[in-house]
Design a protein around this ligand. Sequence first.
Ligand SMILES: [Zn+2]
Length: 138
Amino acid sequence: MDHDEISWQDVLFEGVEVLITAAVHGVNGLMVQLAGRSGEGVCPSCGRASARVHDRYERQLQDLPLAGHAVRILLSVRRFVCVAPGCSQRTFAEQIPGLTSPYARCTDRLGELLDRVALALAGRAGSRMATALGLTAA
Ligand SMILES: [Zn+2]
């Protein structure tokens, strides 16, 4: 039987423009450090792309559990300068399509799954099911 070497990058973040910079396992589960791979961000106000980085900060996101382990993402976020003349947005934080939404504390895919559980099983039943599946939103 032939086996192909797997790429954790492709398994965990297929189609998402991020790079795994580190992954560690601790008492609270897995911590995966990520950085955006795109060379530029898109201003949410004017839609113009910018590659001019103003600064960086770290953002923590809860992700889907992996093999029973809680997964936290430590994302290195770039804050770009909007270079469009007349745009009211001086700087903006990069969003990773398919992974992040503004101000969210969990990944898009975890948020979508929690929404589905909440719609199917509202209230305490939904909460118990989410806990049983290892789904938590910090
Ligand atoms: Zn702008």
